[in-house]
Write a new protein. Structure first.
Lengths: 447, 312
C-alpha cells in the first residue's frame, strides 16, 4: 500500500510540476485570427468590451488617457474600453502567466520589451501592421528600435521621453548653455557657489550618476557610447567613449570633492516633488526629461529657465542636438480576449494624430509621429520644442533592447558609484569586470 | 502468560487506512504547500525558465552561482544580519524586558511605549528612520553636531548601512520584548531565593536560574529571528530606495543594495533574478540555497539550545 501511495503521490507531484510549465498557455485567439474591419469599415468588428491597463495614476493623467480613448470610442461605438490605471510591468507579466491578461497593456519603461518579445508575453504585431499598411517610417529610428527585439515587433511607441539640458537663466549670469563637455566643465565650475567652509551652496552641474536622471543610459549619448556588440555581448569595456565620459565625469567630481558633492546631493529635495533642486535654484544646469517642463509649470511657475540639447564630447560635434530617448510602449498581450479589437485600439493610440496630440498636451510627453509633432494643435513653446528636436535628431539614441536590460544597467551603475568615490584604481580592469558580469548573464539567459 | 496475538493483516490495513484518513488534511497540505513547491523548485533549477519558456540546461544555473559576485555579496550581507542583527535584537529585547520587570511603578506605561514601534507599518517606520538619520537634514546628525561629533552617513555609507538596519531592527523588537517579559515573570521566585541563599550574585542568578528557565523562549525567538533575518527584504529595500533618492520613479526598475550593494540580501537578489530579470531557473537555485541555510541554522540552534535545556 505504501509503495502504491508513494507512486501515486510522485505521479501527482510530477503532473503538477509539468502542468506548471505551461503557465500562460491558455487558448485565446491570436492576432489576425479574428475578423478585421476592411479599410474604413469600422463596423465590421463585432461588439465587445476590451480592457486596457496603463501605468498612469494621477487624476490629470487618467483623464488625458480617457480623452485619448474618446476618439476611439467615436470611431468604434460598438467597442467598450475599460481602463485600469496604475499598472506596473510585474502585474502585466503575472496576468499573462495567470491567463488573465488584458486586451491591451502599456508600460512606462522599455526595460522589459526584449524579454516580452522573446517570451511572447506580447504578441508580434508585424502581421497586422503589414496587413493594415501602417507606415512605421513616421517614427524616428530610435523609437522603432526600443519597441522590437529579434525581429519581433511586439510593442509600438505611444509617447516618448527625450532628455536634454535644463538651465536656470538667473544662475547662468548671461552665459549661453554649453555645447561641449569642456564648456560644461568650465561653466559648472564658474556657476558653483560655496560657503566659507567650501561646502556647496549652488552646484553648477552635478556629474554624479547617483543624481536623479544622470543614469549611464542618459549620459552615454553625450559621447556616443555603445552598450552592446553585434552579438549582444557588452561593448562597455572596449568602447573608448565610455572611458572618455567617465574620465571627464571623475575630474569634475574631484574638483567638487566627492564628500562635499555627496553631502550636497543628499540634502536635496525629492526628484518628483516641488522641492526639486532645479526648481529651487540649487542647481544651475541639469540633464532631465521633457516632462520637467510640466513640473516646473506646476511647481515653480516663476522660474526663468531654458532648455538645450545635452553637451557632447569635444571631438564629436556631430552629436550635438541629439540625446537619449525612450518612452511608453503599448501592445497586445498573449491571451487577450479580443486581439483584433485590441490592435485597433493600439493602432489608434499610437498613430492617430488627434489622440497623440491630446495625450501630449495633457502629459507633456513627446508625441511619437511626425504628423503629431507638426500638428498645429500641439502646444509647444521654445523649451518644449527643444525636446521635439532632440527626439527627431538622426543621432538620437536609445538603450538597445536586451533581455538583461535592468541587470546590465545596474552592473554599470554600481561600478560607476565605486568609480566616482575613488575606489577604482584601474578603470580598464573595472570596465572589463562590468563586461564579464554582463556577458556571464548573457550566457545564462541563452545568449 | 499467553502472548497477545498479533492483529490480523486485514485489521491492520484498516487501521492504517483510518490513520491515513485522519492525517490526510495535513498530508494534502504538506504535499501541496511544501513537497510540490520544493520539487518544482528543484526541477526548475535545472532549466532556463523565463516564466514562459522552459529549456533544460543541466547544471548551468548552479555553475553561474559560483561566478555571480552579487549572489556572494548578498549571502555575505544576509549572514551578517544573522550573526549581528539577530543577537542584537534578542539582547536588546531581553534587556528592555528585564528593565521593565525591575520597575516599581509605571511598568504598564513603559511596556506599551517599548511595544509601540512594532505596531508601526514596516514601510512607514523605515522611511521615518531614514529621514531621521539623513546626514544633511536629519535631526540625529544635527543633534550629534551639538557635541562636535560629525555623524556618519547612516544609510548612505556602505560601512554604516547594515548597522543602521540593525538599529532599525532593535527599535522594532516590541513583540520579542513582550514574549521575554512574560517568560521572565514566569521564572519561579523560589529559585532566585534559593540561589541568593547559596550566595549567588546577580550575574550568577541570571546565568544559572533565569537563562536556563527562559531557554525555550530564547530558542523560539532565536529560531524565528534567524529565519526572519534570512528572509530580510522590505526594510533593506525601502531604506535603500529612500536613501538613494530614487523615491518614486514611475515604471523605473530600482535595483536593491544601495549603497554599493551593502544592503543587498539573498531574498532580494532571488526576487531580482526571478521576477525582474526573468531568470527563474537561477532564482530557484538561490531559493534552494536559502532553504538549505535555514534548515542548517535551525538545526545548529536546536542543538545549541538543547545543551542549555539540559543544564536547566
Amino acid at each position: 500500500m505504501n509503495r502504491r501511495f508513494l507512486t501515486l503521490a510522485t505521479a501527482a507531484v510530477a503532473a503538477a510540476a509539468l502542468t506548471a510549465c505551461t503557465a500562460g498557455d491558455r487558448s485565446a485567439p491570436a492576432l489576425g485570427s479574428q475578423p478585421k474591419p476592411s479599410g474604413s469599415a469600422a463596423a465590421a468588428l463585432p461588439a465587445a468590451t476590451i480592457e486596457l491597463w496603463h501605468g498612469f495614476s494621477a487624476d490629470s493623467e487618467v483623464k488625458a488617457f480617457e480623452d485619448a480613448v474618446a476618439g476611439f470610442r467615436k470611431k468604434f461605438p460598438q467597442i467598450t474600453v475599460k481602463l485600469t490605471k496604475g499598472v506596473q510591468d510585474d502585474q502585466i507579466t503575472q496576468a499573462v502567466r495567470g491567463g488573465t491578461a488584458p486586451d491591451v497593456a502599456a508600460s512606462f519603461t522599455t526595460d522589459n520589451v526584449a524579454q516580452w518579445c522573446r517570451s511572447g508575453v506580447f504578441q508580434d504585431l508585424t502581421p497586422v501592421i503589414a496587413q493594415d499598411g501602417v507606415d512605421l517610417s513616421v517614427l524616428p529610428a530610435a523609437a522603432r528600435s526600443y519597441t522590437e527585439f529579434e525581429g519581433r515587433r511586439c510593442t509600438l511607441p505611444m509617447l516618448a521621453d527625450a532628455y536634454g539640458l535644463y538651465y536656470n537663466k538667473a544662475l547662468m549670469k548671461g552665459e549661453q548653455p554649453p555645447k561641449t563637455l569642456s564648456e560644461l566643465t568650465a561653466l559648472a565650475k564658474k556657476l558653483t557657489v560655496r560657503d566659507a567652509d567650501g561646502n556647496i551652496e549652488v552646484a553648477g552641474f552635478i556629474p554624479s550618476v547617483q543624481y536623479y536622471e544622470n543614469s549611464p543610459s542618459h549620459l552615454g549619448p553625450m559621447v556616443g557610447a555603445r552598450w552592446y556588440n553585434e552579438d549582444g555581448t557588452s561593448a562597455i569595456g572596449s568602447d573608448p567613449a565610455w572611458k572618455k565620459l567617465l574620465t571627464w565625469q571623475k575630474e569634475l567630481i574631484d574638483w567638487y570633492g566627492y564628500d562635499k558633492l555627496d553631502r550636497f546631493r543628499k540634502g536635496l529635495g525629492d526628484e518628483w516633488g516641488a522641492e526639486h533642486p532645479f526648481h529651487e535654484g540649487k542647481v544651475a544646469m541639469a540633464v532631465d526629461g521633457e516632462w520637467r517642463n510640466a513640473m516646473i509649470t506646476g511647481d515653480a511657475p516663476d522660474l526663468d529657465y531654458g532648455t538645450a540639447p545635452v553637451p557632447v564630447a569635444d571631438d564629436r560635434p556631430e552629436l550635438y542636438g541629439s540625446g537619449f530617448t525612450a518612452g511608453t510602449v503599448i501592445g497586445v498581450p498573449k491571451g487577450a480576449g479580443h486581439p483584433q479589437h485590441a490592435w485597433e485600439l493600439v493602432k489608434h493610440l499610437t498613430t492617430d494624430t488627434g489622440s497623440l496630440v491630446t495625450l501630449s498636451n495633457a502629459l507633456r510627453n513627446v508625441p511619437t509621429t511626425r504628423a503629431a509633432m507638426d500638428s498645429p494643435d500641439l502646444k509647444k513653446d521654445a523649451n518644449f520644442q527643444t525636446f521635439l528636436d532632440i527626439f527627431n535628431h538622426p543621432k538620437t539614441s536609445t538603450l538597445p533592447p536586451n533581455v538583461n536590460s535592468v541587470f546590465n544597467q545596474e552592473a554599470l551603475t554600481t561600478f560607476l558609484v565605486e568609480w566616482e568615490k575613488g575606489s577604482v584604481k584601474d578603470l580598464d580592469a573595472g570596465l572589463a569586470g562590468v563586461d564579464k558580469r554582463i556577458n556571464d548573464k548573457h550566457t545564462l539567459s541563452g545568449g | 502468560m499467553r502472548p497477545t496475538p498479533a492483529a490480523p493483516p486485514a485489521r491492520r490495513r484498516r487501521e492504517g487506512l483510518r490513520a491515513l484518513l485522519w492525517l490526510s488534511p495535513w498530508l494534502i497540505g504538506f504535499a501541496v504547500f511544501f513537497v510540490y513547491p520544493l520539487a518544482a523548485t528543484v526541477y526548475f533549477s535545472f532549466h532556463r525558465y523565463d516564466l514562459f519558456t522552459l529549456e533544460f540546461v543541466g547544471l548551468d544555473n548552479y555553475r553561474y552561482l559560483l561566478t555571480d559576485d552579487r549572489a556572494l555579496t548578498s549571502i555575505g550581507n544576509t549572514l551578517w544580519l544573522v550573526v549581528f542583527m539577530v543577537p542584537a535584537q534578542l539582547l536588546f529585547a531581553l534587556g528592555v524586558a528585564w528593565l521593565v520587570t525591575r520597575l516599581k511603578a509605571g511598568a504598564g506605561f513603559f511596556r506599551t511605549v517599548f511595544y509601540l514601534p512594532s505596531l508601526i507599518p514596516t514601510v512607514a517606520g523605515t522611511v521615518a528612520f531614514v529621514f531621521l538619520l539623513n546626514p544633511a537634514t536629519g535631526p540625529m546628525n544635527q543633534f550629534l553636531e551639538l557635541f562636535g561629533i560629525a555623524g556618519p552617513d547612516w544609510f548612505g555609507d556602505k560601512d554604516w548601512a547594515k548597522p543602521s538596519l540593525t538599529l532599525l531592527g532593535m527599535w522594532g523588537t516590541g513583540n520579542t520584548m513582550v514574549i521575554f517579559l512574560a517568560a521572565l515573570l514566569d521564572v519561579p521566585k523560589h529559585l532566585y531565593e534559593a540561589a541568593a541563599l547559596d550566595g549567588a550574585g546577580a550575574w550568577r542568578r541570571f546565568r544559572s536560574v533565569t537563562l536556563p528557565t527562559i531557554s525555550p523562549v530564547l530558542l523560539f525567538s532565536a529560531v524565528t529571528g534567524v529565519i526572519y533575518a534570512l528572509q530580510y527584504f522590505t526594510q533593506a529595500m525601502i531604506a535603500a530606495r529612500v536613501a538613494s533618492g530614487s523615491t518614486d520613479s514611475p515604471g523605473s526598475s530600482f535595483t536593491p543594495g544601495y549603497p554599493e550593494m551593502s544592503t543587498l540580501t539573498l531574498p532580494q537578489w532571488l526576487f531580482q533574478m526571478g521576477f525582474r530579470d526573468f531568470s527563474m531557473g537561477y532564482a530557484c537555485v538561490l531559493a534552494l540555497l536559502l532553504f538549505a541555510a535555514s534548515m542548517l541554522l535551525t538545526l545548529v540552534l536546536l542543538r545549541r539550545f538543547r545543551g542549555l535545556e539540559e543544564v536547566s
